[in-house]
Unconditional design. Structure first.
Length: 114
């Protein structure tokens, strides 16, 4: 813990020294504001990036060509019909089909995860 605090303190001193090199008061103020914003929202941004990564993983989940939607009794009738007609290759593609609900997508992901 002490090493971390020392590192943070050194970083702070280097930042302040570098900031003194900036001649424009307006630019210095903008830099400080930007750093403050990034520090303040870093946790939120990190969580958002993790959510995006999870979404992209689900989006790319492949659906086998020979997948039998008729065997999935918990799909909505409209969803099953549209999926049988269009035969999407991924969950992402299936999610963009009108008539396929989020519940249908959840059921598909459970079946594909087996």
């Amino acid at each position: 813990m002490g090493e971390l605090l020392q590192l943070l303190n050194e970083s702070k001193h280097r930042f302040i020294s570098a900031l003194r090199e900036v001649k424009s008061e307006k630019l210095r103020s903008e830099i400080v504001d930007q750093v403050e914003i990034e520090v303040k929202y870093e946790g939120y941004i990190s969580r958002q990036e993790q959510e995006i990564a999870k979404f992209e993983k689900v989006e790319k989940m492949k659906i086998p060509e020979d997948f039998n939607y008729g065997n999935v009794k918990t799909l909505s009738n409209e969803g099953r019909e549209k999926l049988n007609i269009i035969k999407p290759v991924s969950i992402g593609q299936a999610s963009r089909i009108s008539g396929v609900t989020s519940a249908d997508l959840s059921v598909l992901m459970v079946y594909l995860g087996r």
